[in-house]
Design a protein around this ligand. Structure first.
Ligand code: ANZ
Ligand code: ZN
Length: 802
């Protein structure tokens, strides 16, 4: 056997491809845009988990190339933001320097994957030529009233010392650093993503995305239908409006709860309750909204005031509790303990009456032990509504209430406007000037980019002010409108700003006049396939959709969804499913594996570890098996290439089935079974080689199919077969259905267990067809009464006769 020298082969073709790229735009081929979620250039470099996504997207890109597409497959850097800044602070270097260094290291590592990235398209979100357009988009949003300032309590990470968007708070903790998130009252820049809520929800239907991700977005947007109902406060002129999705249960509302932040909350207190109410309001202000929802035990305080249930005139006590959120609905709810879990728990704890208004089978439950939450059953204890079906009433009640003049029909969204400012240094400066006379004025477009000033000190101040606020010569400026002294906005944008639109810039990354030219946008956009981790299901993917819709509305692009198809790869974990991370010390670096086994082996092993959409544990021992497969394949090709073997039916069958299996598995994105399939067919190839040899077309077919997975060895063998051209200039092989069918087999036909004839059948023939043929073959040997017909598929027919 010839030793398979991966190093020599990979070096040789890597160099060759640098001079002659394989993916060229001849202007005639249709385009296919295959996009990776671009990486943060973190200090720890790439591990084998990062490789997985890049290998998947590269295999897919090369597959599309072989199907005749010009593939747009770019790469860039999401280099602003907290991780980069925190790393820089830790290392004591300026983020600009550490970022540049990390980028060059990761770029070298990505080079090892041998992916067909077009580096002419590279973008970097921290490059002023790039963020000029990030700022430009902000200015356009400002002009359309979609970017606005607001003083409000926001999520605050005390460790990262910055405000966070709702999407960045996961189970009450900072999405970045894991610290408990608190609240802070700050002036914020907000983006009015809520104005796009309906389109963001409705257009999910257009997308070829995993259902799971679509569902997560739909739930995050959280559209619900219901009614706002007005409750008069007893003995005062005030009205409290509640939002309810279950107006059918109005007769069962035995108390009300207001969020502690509700504007009437403090005012409802009486002499006796004043102290307790104020204390409760203060305690609640210290908790984050997520914490509040997750608290096991309900807490609350009675205000001392009552409201009047508008449907039956009954007085109900008004409580404050932090399970009601200030910024959802109206921040106040009517409580129906018999039919809502949280209200039931609260009423039980504080001994508030529970009145059942929906009965499953017409009967009232004696002692309720839990809420009956289904909207199905008959209305009881509900005056004129008694006897109605609750599911019907649920739909009709909003209008009934509206006609009664005590409320109105409404819809609500969970989605909140996007908190868009960060009190940190390493981000795009928000291009706004604050003028005492003109207010907030955008930096004129011809003055963009507004570059981030060089500073000595960039650590967060923790005061809620960005470090930029300390740089007087930068902060002090003049108003673009009136020319009077004015101050620059000192907050920066969140990391998501650049990643919300970067995919539009790749294809026109040197355009100084426009974000992207109309001509190029028409030709190359939108993205056909987007590959990345599922952790971005809501954040990045929702923000990108919002940005794209906005850019569509202002005429920059003519599509309103950025990513046609989405694939989420699973994570590669260390032993026992533990996430790979430097701090856990279980990071497997690809560098040594490339050196010892070769890029092709590592590429295939990354796919072999399991279904690409699932998490997989990394077990290094397996890569050896993949390399052995490549080595055996290499040898069988070299051994057979000059033998001039004639193609036989058996060879044709193997070849066509190979094409069918690889193609259909690839189309289903079942990349791990493609790799295991290659291994099985390689065994067959070796058997056939020993028998009568393997013809050249079969060898060539195998090589072309293997090329997207193991490009170097495939190209090497392709040229060994005498081809001067590139294996990637070939056409993806096709298969002939006729060869997929199974053959005919000869089987024995028995009567009462004794062989009496033989018959030739199709191996796939159905039982009745086989029995029919068997009887024909037996002829007049069959002369009794048939009591049983047995068929052991592909083997034997036995007819039992008396
Ligand atoms: C009465 C009622 C009776 C309710 C019942 C539910 C069941 P979704 O579907 O999530 O929109 N709610 C309204 N505003 C709230 C707030 N700011 N904080 C916490 N809860 C709030 O939920 C709407 C329901 O959640 C509303 O309908 C309200 O309780 C509660 F048998 O009103 B419901
Ligand atoms: Zn001014």
């Amino acid at each position: 056997a010839v030793p398979y020298n991966h190093k020599a082969i990979e070096q040789k073709w890597r160099k060759h491809w640098e001079e002659q790229p394989v993916n060229v735009n001849d202007g005639k081929k249709p385009k296919y845009y295959c996009l990776d979620m671009f990486p943060y250039p973190s200090g720890s470099g790439l591990h084998v988990g990062h490789w997985r996504g890049y290998v998947i997207s590269d295999v897919w890109s090369r597959y599309k190339m072989l199907n005749g597409y010009y593939v747009i497959h770019p790469m860039g850097w999401d280099a602003f933001g907290l991780p980069a800044e925190n790393y820089a602070i830790k290392m004591g270097v300026h983020p600009k320097e550490s970022t540049a260094e990390n980028i060059s290291n990761i770029k070298r590592q990505i080079g090892e994957i041998a992916a067909v990235y077009d580096w002419d398209m590279e973008v970097n979100t921290t490059d002023p030529e790039f963020y000029k357009w990030t700022q430009w988009i902000f200015v356009q949003m400002f002009k359309k009233g979609l970017a606005y300032e607001k003083e409000m309590p926001i999520n605050w990470c005390p460790s990262c010392k910055t405000g966070l968007a709702n999407e960045e708070v996961v189970n009450g903790k900072c999405e970045r650093c894991g610290a408990d998130v608190t609240k802070k009252n700050l002036r914020q820049w907000m983006l009015k993503i809520t104005e796009y809520a309906d389109r963001l929800l409705g257009d999910l239907d257009k997308l070829d995305w995993p259902e799971k991700v679509k569902k997560m977005q739909a739930e995050w947007i959280g559209k619900s239908h219901g009614a706002e109902v007005d409750f008069k406060v007893d003995g005062s002129g005030e009205t409290i409006t509640v939002y309810t999705t279950r107006p059918d249960t109005l007769h069962g509302a035995t108390f009300m709860v207001l969020a502690p932040e509700h504007k009437l909350a403090a005012g409802l207190a009486t002499e006796e309750t004043k102290e307790a109410v104020e204390d409760y309001i203060f305690q609640a202000s210290l908790k984050s909204s997520v914490d509040r929802l997750q608290d096991k035990e309900k807490t609350g305080v009675f205000t001392g005031s009552y409201a009047v249930n508008p449907i039956n005139g009954k007085k109900v006590p008004i409580w404050l509790s932090d399970y009601v959120l200030a910024d959802y609905g109206t921040g106040a709810i009517m409580c129906v303990p018999a039919h809502d879990d949280r209200d039931f728990e609260f009423a039980t704890k504080f001994d508030i009456p529970i009145v059942q208004v929906i009965a499953k089978d017409g009967k009232e439950i004696e002692n309720m032990t839990e809420a009956y939450t289904d909207a199905s059953g008959t209305m009881i204890n509900s005056g004129e509504w008694n006897g109605m079906e609750s599911s019907v009433l649920k739909e009709e009640a909003p209008e009934i209430i509206e006609k009664m003049g005590v409320g109105k029909k409404t819809t609500n969204y969970k989605l909140r406007d996007w908190v868009f400012s960060r009190q940190r240094y390493w981000g795009e400066p928000i291009p706004i000037v604050h003028c005492p006379d003109c207010g907030a004025v955008p930096v004129p477009e011809d003055q963009l980019p507004l570059t981030l000033p060089e500073v000595e000190k960039y650590e967060p101040t923790g005061t809620g002010e960005s470090p930029l606020a300390d740089i007087e010569e930068w902060v002090n400026t003049t108003c673009p409108v009136c020319g009077k002294p004015a101050k620059r906005e000192t907050n920066t944008m969140p990391q998501w700003a650049g990643s919300s639109w970067y995919f539009l810039r790749y294809i026109d990354n040197k355009n100084h006049e426009q974000l992207v030219s109309k001509e190029k946008a028409d030709k190359y956009l939108p993205v056909d396939m987007y590959i990345g981790g599922v952790e971005h299901a809501v954040l990045h993917l929702l923000y990108s959709r919002f940005y794209t819709k906005f850019l569509y509305d202002i005429g920059v692009v003519d599509f309103d969804e950025p990513f046609h198809k989405l694939f989420n790869q699973g994570m590669i974990t260390g032993k026992n499913g533990i996430k790979m991370s430097k701090s856990k010390g279980n990071v497997v670096s690809p560098d040594d594996l490339v050196r010892d086994y070769g890029c092709d082996s590592l590429r295939m092993y990354e796919l072999f570890v399991g279904p690409p959409e699932l998490d997989a544990e990394w077990d290094e021992r397996g890569i050896d098996g993949v390399r052995r497969f490549l080595s055996r394949f290499y040898n069988v090709v070299l051994d057979q290439k000059d033998k001039d073997v004639k193609e036989t039916k058996e060879l044709l069958k193997v070849r066509n089935r190979l094409v069918y299996d690889v193609t259909s598995r690839l189309n289903k994105f079942s990349l791990n079974t493609v790799v295991s399939g290659f291994m099985e067919y390689n065994n067959k190839l070796n058997e056939l080689a020993k028998k009568g040899g393997v013809d050249k077309t079969t060898l060539e077919t195998f090589i072309v199919l293997l090329a997207p997975f193991a490009p170097h060895i495939s190209q090497e063998l392709w040229s060994e077969l005498g081809h001067e051209n590139s294996v990637f200039d070939q056409k993806w092989p096709e298969y002939d259905e006729a060869y997929l069918k199974d053959d005919e087999v000869e089987i024995a036909v028995q009567i009462n267990g004794k062989a009496r004839a033989t018959v030739t059948i199709g191996a796939d023939d159905a039982k009745d067809v086989v029995i029919e043929k068997a009887k024909e073959a037996l002829g007049d040997k069959l002369n009794g009464t048939i009591v049983k017909e047995i068929y052991v598929p592909g083997r034997i027919v036995n007819i039992v006769q008396k």
